[in-house]
Design a protein around this ligand. Sequence first.
Ligand SMILES: Nc1nc2c(ncn2[C@@H]2O[C@H](COP(=O)(O)OP(=O)(O)OP(=O)(O)O)[C@@H](O)[C@H]2O)c(=O)[nH]1
Ligand SMILES: [Mg+2]
Length: 422
Amino acid sequence: MEIKSFIRNKKAILFITHHPFANPMAIAQVEEFKELGRAAGLQCEKVSYQVLKKINPATLIGTGKIQKLKETIKETQAELIVFDRSLSGIQSRNLEKELEVMIIDRNQLILDIFSQRAHTYAGKLQVELARTLDELPRMVGAWMSSLSRQGGGIGTKGPGEKAIEIDRRQVQLRAKTIRQKLEKIRRVRKGHRALRKRNNIPSIALIGYTNSGKSTLLNALTHTSAVTVKNLPFMTLDPTTRKVHISNSQNVLCTDTVGFIQNLSPHLIEAFKATLEESASADILLHVIDLSSPLMKVQMDTVNKLMLEFGWNQKPCIYVYNKMDIAPKEKVFQTNSHPKVFVSALKRTGLDKLKKTIGEVVSNIQTEEVQLYFPKNEEDKVYSLDRKAFIYKKEASSLGILCYARMGVAQLREWKDFIVKP
Ligand SMILES: Nc1nc2c(ncn2[C@@H]2O[C@H](COP(=O)(O)OP(=O)(O)OP(=O)(O)O)[C@@H](O)[C@H]2O)c(=O)[nH]1
Ligand SMILES: [Mg+2]
């Protein structure tokens, strides 16, 4: 299956709908958009700015700006304009007609990057589904605009409408077929994960904003260069899982996968369910954060919001503040998530502390059910046990107390003198 990029190597104008006011956040937002253009392989000829005071429903921007854009297109020979926000089907069609170049929005730009990065069968299917889902509402838009041009309205069927309806049905059918294929893949992957669980190796997923250094960290933890690293957003798409030794007695399976970005379209999220499930099934999450980015807070909030949306917020999570080597020192004081570790995946520093923290969290989740007996003279220890383990039943006798508890590896070691054979 071949997935084509529609925009690679095209001469493009990036259209930004706000001004890069002299504040580091706004500048960084613009930079992020330019980086997306770079990741898609665009030849960026010009960046055009306009603060949108009023939104024109038909074309998003006003007629004055359209005229100016016509001149810029002539000047730069641009073949494409990319808008930094969503465009409706009607808006992009009208703009295409007026400006006579290809018009895409931020979602389509991201989709195109994904199409260039998808190498596995599952990855390609997911991109295909995301594209198809993105196409559907645009077709409705096209239909509506064709109706209004023909002066038709509700109840009057103009010529061309039937054809669009057929197109639409075909697209819906395509989405259905891809979904069925993806469902098969998800079932197989589920089976693999169940097998791993039976082997009792804890699993960890690297999650985080795109370009935060997830793949670099996986390479550092495995002493390999298993995953390609580049200073570009969405370098990684398909998941890679590797075994990581965190101590002499403990291995974990670590999965690196696609990163997140602000305003990810729901279609993309829906299409990438199979990939996201790899992280969803992990026992522990490692939220990798770029400590050096001026957008660190926005990036963390974006990831935290998605975690909440996916229901991952209940999972044990370690916050890994990366790029320590280039982050301003005072940034360390702006971190308040726990448990947290500071690393440089590139320089491979802080990794021992990270492995130790992973080990601690693993021992907390590897719980076992045990019975502990406390003779009368040591009954006060039950209070301290209560704070460290989950006691789900107590039975008192005249000589002591029997506790039924669930505890992690570290606690099992600590309380071994009181554990009784069932
Ligand atoms: N200075 C510095 N750069 C780093 C560090 N970790 C990663 N990088 C750089 O950050 C860029 C992105 O790294 P990746 O590991 O590809 O990031 P990622 O999170 O996997 O990104 P995507 O797969 O694109 O979402 C690369 O240029 C890395 O060399 C670090 O600790 N310090
Ligand atoms: Mg990566």
